[in-house]
Design a protein. Structure first.
Length: 104
C-alpha cells in the first residue's frame, strides 16, 4: 500500500534518459522475469551513472549493471523521485524497460 511517509516528501522529478541498477549475476533470472522490485525497501534505488551502480552491485558479489530506460518509463506514467544524495527512486521497474548487458 501507499503511505505518506514513504516518499520522504520528495517531489516527483523528471529522470535522465537512462538510469542504472547494480546487481549480481545470481539475481538476473528473477529480474528478467519480474523486473526490479523494491523487496524490503519502499522503492527501487537507481543510480545516475554506471560507476555508482557498479559499486552498489559489488557489495554483494561480482557486479552486473543493468540499464533502465527511465525516459520511456516516465513517458508511460511511472513516477520518479531523486534523493538528496543523488539516488533515484521509483516503485518498480517492469522487465520491458530493462537493458541487460550482453554475454561476457
Amino acid at each position: 500500500g501507499h503511505s505518506v511517509e514513504v516518499d520522504l516528501g520528495l517531489p516527483p522529478a523528471t529522470p535522465p534518459e537512462y538510469l542504472y541498477h547494480g546487481t549480481v549475476a545470481r539475481n538476473l533470472d528473477a529480474i528478467r522475469a519480474e523486473g526490479l522490485r523494491p523487496m524490503n525497501r519502499h522503492d527501487v534505488h537507481l543510480s545516475p551513472d554506471r560507476e555508482t551502480a557498479t559499486r552498489v552491485g559489488a557489495r554483494r558479489g561480482r557486479p552486473v549493471v543493468l540499464g533502465v530506460d527511465a525516459a520511456a518509463m516516465h513517458r508511460d506514467g511511472h513516477v520518479f523521485r531523486v534523493s538528496a544524495n543523488g539516488v533515484w527512486l521509483t516503485e518498480a521497474v517492469p522487465p520491458k524497460y530493462l537493458r541487460f548487458p550482453g554475454p561476457h
